[in-house]
Design a binder for this molecule. Structure first.
Ligand SMILES: O=C(O)CCC(=O)C(=O)O
Ligand SMILES: [Fe+2]
Length: 630
């Protein structure tokens, strides 16, 4: 195998292990940590690849290098952010370093597997913003340590002094002089995280000033002294770095010696003004006109990516931190497809700053994903009230249903999303009835183990179940199938696919109780947590699937599916069997179990179990989804 490919595969495996929380990570030895600090100084990135970081506990606290005088122990991320080494911060965040870990802070040590509010916020951001946020956080901590030990947290009212007495790190301090406990800030950010970019700006809880804006109070710091006759080494008022006398600007953070205001915030306020200008400019238009105006711009986008000079494509610009507001207005997609993908992502994140930029750049508000969901529908699913209001203002269809007929309103109601319900009501969405729960009866399932769960095979725990779903329920699912559009076929498809997202949870509820009822006597549990499902309809004689394993799907909470659930909806006499294998080949010796697709049966097997579908002689219909083991 070529060297490149092996390396790439290892990188992918390491990324997967890190993201799924399954990576085995060991603590760093003290000398090792010091070597990492030195590597950050020297911009030596050799040890910062994902393969190396994935096996290390990147959130460990280590004795701070000498230049950090205000903290005893810090993380690698803290140091890289303080040194403004964007590339290293990026690498550490990719390895899931947590920006909220701090000596004596509430968040250290990191709770196993559970992501705290800081990491949840970072997960939803573009990396450029996440790196900016890490810089800003270090600056707030530095300021917090430097200002006098007085003042109250603007969130919880605690006094700095009390916190210090109780052994917690100092409060964060903004240029305006207001303070906040770090844990209060993260909690607050997670509450406003719906507007992602806005939360990532880490504004002062009291007056919304950004962490790097305006001028810092100098009285308590006593730093900005006029130039004296004999120049001395000077400490940067912004980051604490000790600079040689001859330097005019800080070697670490580039701020001018006697200036109190870093430059970065300037473009942010300009961008903010841009955003307001856009809203004001479109304010006199009707929502129909706004919708047309943004669509006109969208139509001007190319369908295919524009060919770039291969030389240019290779010289990618250096990675740089970006203010969350500028990052939100960048990379909006160059083709129609990319633009729509970005719009749909905003439906999920609810980031109104980015949504404004997208509206201005041009979008098709009615565009959908393969489940027939528009950005507004997704915003309803994710309780993004502000995004719903903005989409409605721009003229998005409030009542457009997804595949299967669920409206944004019904989705918000079924999930008890108060914010979304309120925004839809305000905007004038029509209330619709929810989809009736399936009539299911799971009292007498007949279970047959195909591969016992203590087997060594990849398919351990595969089973076939009969008698879980009554006829009425199967018919309802068939009707659902009949109402769905057929997805466009790709070359490799041997069946028609129709995608359905069970946003109201009705199908999931039925399937969960069937699975529970079946597995309860065996001490096993599988959870139906993914609303995304697909119907497979084989119609051409000879259609089947060669040996393969199924891919895992990750839900919005980062949970990955582990098992495949297949419910057969038609009797396909002769052919069409699903065959479980012990190796990935279509030979007689490889067959472990053969399942005939009989109406009402369901089959459960681990994704990793090799399997194939025999060619059909008559049409075959099934419904397929992913389950996860807790
Ligand atoms: O058609 C079948 O029996 C199996 C389908 C399958 O394996 C798949 O969709 O991945
Ligand atoms: Fe499969």
């Amino acid at each position: 195998m070529p060297k490149e490919t092996l390396r790439r595969r290892e990188q992918k495996a390491a990324t997967f292990a890190v993201r799924s929380g399954t990576a085995e990570r060991r603590p760093l030895e003290p000398e090792e940590a010091q070597a990492f600090f030195r590597a950050i100084d020297a911009r030596d990135a050799a040890g910062f690849g994902i393969r190396k970081l994935a096996v290390l506990d990147v959130d460990g606290l280590h004795q701070a290098p000498e230049c950090i005088t205000w903290e005893r122990r810090i993380t690698l991320l803290y140091y890289a952010a303080w040194r403004k080494r964007d590339h290293f911060v990026n690498a550490l965040l990719h390895a899931k370093a947590d920006p909220s870990v701090r000596d004596e802070g509430l968040r250290s040590p990191r709770p196993a597997r559970n992501e705290g509010p800081a990491q949840q916020l970072v997960n939803g951001l573009r990396m450029e913003s996440a790196v900016w946020l890490s810089h800003a956080m270090v600056q707030l901590r530095f300021r917090g340590k430097r200002v006098q030990n007085l003042g109250f947290c603007e969130e919880c009212g605690q006094q700095s002094k009390d916190r210090a007495l109780n052994g917690f790190a100092a409060m964060l301090a903004w240029p305006c002089g207001h303070r906040c406990c770090e844990d209060c800030l993260w909690k607050r950010s997670s509450l406003v995280a719906k507007g992602m970019s806005a939360a990532a700006e880490l504004p002062c809880p009291k007056c919304q000033v950004g962490p790097t804006s305006g001028s810092y109070p100098t009285a308590s710091l006593g730093e900005a002294e006029p130039p004296s006759e004999k120049k001395q080494d000077w400490e940067c008022s912004c980051c604490g770095y000790t600079n040689f006398a001859r330097r005019q600007s800080c070697r670490n953070c580039q701020v001018q010696q006697y200036s109190q205001a870093p430059l970065t915030e300037q473009d942010a306020s300009m961008l903010s003004a841009d955003k307001d200008a856009f809203i004001l400019q479109w304010q006199p238009l009707s929502s129909l006109q706004r919708r047309e105006a943004t669509l006109e711009r969208f139509k001007a986008l190319p369908t295919e990516p524009v060919e770039t000079d291969t030389k240019d494509a290779k010289s990618r610009p250096r990675f740089q931190a970006q203010h969350p507001r500028s990052a939100a207005a960048a990379k909006l997609g160059d083709t129609k497809q990319e633009r729509t993908t970005e719009l749909l992502k905003v439906g999920v994140s609810g980031d109104v700053v980015r949504l404004t930029a997208l509206l201005e750049a041009g979008v098709d508000l009615d565009a959908t994903n393969e489940y027939g969901q528009t950005a507004l529908f997704l915003a309803a699913c994710h309780n993004a009230g502000e995004a719903i209001a903005l989409l409605a203002w721009a003229g998005a269809d409030l009542d457009r249903t997804a595949n299967g007929g669920c409206s944004p309103w019904a989705c918000a109601v079924a999930n008890a999303h108060q914010g979304a319900m309120h925004a839809l009501e305000e905007a004038g969405a029509k209330p619709t009835a929810s989809w009736k729960l399936l009539d299911f009866d799971t009292r007498s399932p007949k279970l047959q183990w195909l591969i016992p769960h203590h087997s060594d095979l990849a398919g351990a725990g595969s089973c076939l179940v009969e008698g879980s779903f009554p006829e009425t329920c199967l018919r309802q699912l068939e009707d659902l199938f009949a109402s769905l559009p057929k997805a466009e076929r790709t070359k490799s498809c041997s069946s028609d696919r129709s995608y359905f997202c069970d946003s109201e949870g009705a199908v999931q509820k039925a399937f969960q109780s069937a699975v529970d009822e079946t597995l309860k006597d065996h001490g096993l549990r599988l959870e139906v947590t993914m609303p995304h499902m697909r119907f497979l309809h084989y119609v051409e004689v000879g259609g089947g699937l060669p040996p393969h394993v199924d891919l895992a799907r990750t839900d919005e909470l980062g949970r990955r599916s582990t098992h495949t659930f297949i419910l057969y909806l038609g009797n396909c006499v002769g052919g069409g069997e699903t065959v479980l294998l012990n190796v990935m080949e279509d030979t007689e010796e490889a067959v472990v179990a053969t399942v005939e697709p009989e109406r009402g049966r369901f089959l459960l097997f681990p994704h990793m179990c090799p399997h194939l579908a025999r060619p059909i002689t008559a049409p075959k219909l099934l419904l397929r989804l992913g389950l996860s083991s807790p």
